[in-house]
Design a protein around this ligand. Structure first.
Ligand SMILES: [Zn+2]
Length: 413
């Protein structure tokens, strides 16, 4: 009886998984305003999912196209002489290949493994293991509970009890499909804990700062991206009266420029801002965690993928904040070191100027409302070769260069 029920559950999970069989990711580079308009009209008419948002002329936009629309999309753009390049020929083939290569562990790990993406269950088990191994350094707590009842876990790393020192805040995984982000948070936690007392640079760092690290801000979305839809972005709240879609873009739900351009009030949109600011448990968890620390929070990082940008506020306007020059001085130190590790090129600047306009985002709230002096958001690897499907071989180098950059930026403060 029980086995039948389990089997049924497994079958349901399998049959309900979203398939991207034959979907292509096409990079389109408009060079004139008219070309950019053609692209936007095509994306809207064909209801295509953009992997990156449009930004300026000459900058490629990555668009995912289902097999039935590939021909009409490509011929339409080519007829207008707009440069297109197919980056990924079959999205599902990559998803399947990566899933097949991922080792199936017999028991839950208690220590870090940066050679693979870890499931939510594995991450939770690893966090418990780290707290056990470093009881005087690490405290795991819950920053909030999600709609589906999962804890948003936060790791405090402190060498003196965690009450007094300035805090470096790092959150990861606010967008579900950006798997490299939680992976980099896990690496940073590993480096800090294993390096304290053994590496002088880390020891000095942890005798100066406390770290608060949230490896998976959006656990409901992350879990869903493992079980059902690898390309899921939002959280998983249902919408009253709407059955066909779920979820709020947590990074459009903060109370700063809420509902302005760069977000959507359409519940089915990938950029849905939610019914009101801080309607979501995940954004509330970030807000409450930071507010509880008060003026101790000195540095804020939120890690995303992809595009290789290191950015500061603002997102909601292309005007620059008062502290921009000082923030960018520190960012430059970070980017220089990051690039030196493997030569990975990064661009930097404010979000609105580097990427595109966003509203209701955590970084603008962190700077403007929480008054954190050094606010950063990083779009990790790559530049679109794999996009959200970054191979596991790239986890370690991505994490190494990012942490090197964060160390250098911290030293420059
Ligand atoms: Zn993101």
């Amino acid at each position: 009886m029980r086995i039948t029920a389990l089997l049924l559950l497994a079958l349901t999970a399998l049959t309900s998984a979203v398939s991207y069989h034959g979907y292509k990711v096409v990079s389109v580079t408009p060079h004139t305003t008219a070309e950019a308009q053609v692209l936007q009209e095509a994306v809207q008419q064909l209801q295509l999912q953009q992997w990156t948002e449009p930004h300026g002329l000459g900058v490629p936009v990555d668009v995912m196209v289902p097999p039935s629309l590939v021909e009409v999309f490509l011929t339409g753009l080519q007829a207008k002489h707009i440069p297109v390049q197919v980056k990924i020929t079959d999205v599902q083939a990559i998803i399947d290949e990566q899933a097949a290569k991922r080792p199936v562990s017999q028991s839950l790990p208690r220590t870090f493994d940066h050679n693979k993406y870890n499931s939510l269950e594995e991450i939770e088990s690893i966090l418990e293991g780290v707290e056990e191994e470093f009881p005087s350094l690490v405290t795991i707590s819950s920053a909030g509970t999600t709609y589906e009842g999962r804890e948003i876990l936060m790791a405090q790393v402190s060498s003196d009890g965690g009450e007094t020192r300035p805090v470096i805040w790092i959150d990861c995984g606010i967008h579900a499909r950006e798997w490299i982000s939680p992976a980099v948070c896990q690496y940073i936690l590993d480096e800090l804990t294993s390096g304290y007392g053994t590496k002088s640079e880390i020891t000095e760092l942890l005798d100066t700062y406390d770290f608060h690290i949230l490896p998976v801000v959006n656990p409901d979305g992350y879990e869903y991206s493992w079980t059902t839809d690898r390309l899921w972005r939002k959280n998983r709240v249902p919408h009253e009266g709407i059955v066909e879609c779920h979820g709020v873009d947590v990074n459009r739900n903060f109370e700063v420029a809420f509902g302005e351009p760069g977000a959507s009030d359409e519940p089915c949109s990938e950029l849905y801002q939610g019914p009101e600011a801080f309607s979501e448990d995940e954004s509330k968890a970030v807000r409450d965690g930071i507010e509880a620390l008060g003026s101790r929070v000195t540095v804020f990082y939120s890690l995303h993928s992809y595009s290789q940008h290191w950015m500061t506020p603002y997102g909601y306007t292309d005007a620059l904040p008062d502290d921009y020059d000082e923030m960018i001085r520190v960012v430059e130190a970070g980017v220089e070191e990051l690039e030196a590790v493997f030569g990975t090129p990064y661009t930097y600047g404010s979000v609105a100027n580097t990427m595109y306009v966003t509203s209701g985002a955590s970084y603008d709230w962190a700077y403007e409302i929480a008054n954190i002096p050094y606010v950063n958001t990083i779009q990790l690897r790559d530049e679109g070769t794999w996009g959200f499907l970054l191979p596991e071989e790239e986890i370690l180098p991505t994490a190494e260069e990012t942490f090197a950059g964060i160390l250098a930026a911290t030293a420059a403060i």
